[in-house]
Design a protein around this ligand. Structure first.
Ligand code: FES
Length: 71
């Protein structure tokens, strides 16, 4: 399913990124563009990262502020 509509990123893309060592929404934004536009996808992306890593993903509230400032 699509997680980030703005950048056409799917849950599978996020799981693959997690398997490569991506462990924060900031890193997802850098690699895939997740949460780089409207930011609506940030919470779900973070949840998927946590599930993929079997633990809590590092929180970084900065991603939302950055995304919100680009809208
Ligand atoms: S849905 Fe991901 S930035 Fe808009």
């Amino acid at each position: 399913m699509y997680v980030c509509i703005c950048q056409a990123v799917t849950d599978k893309d996020i799981r693959h990124a997690a398997a490569r060592g991506v462990n924060s929404v900031d890193q997802l934004r850098d690699e895939l563009g997740v949460a780089s536009c409207c930011g609506c996808c940030g919470p779900l992306a973070e949840q998927l990262l946590a599930e993929a890593s079997d633990g809590p993903a590092p929180m970084n509230a900065g991603w939302f502020a950055q995304a919100a400032s680009t809208v």
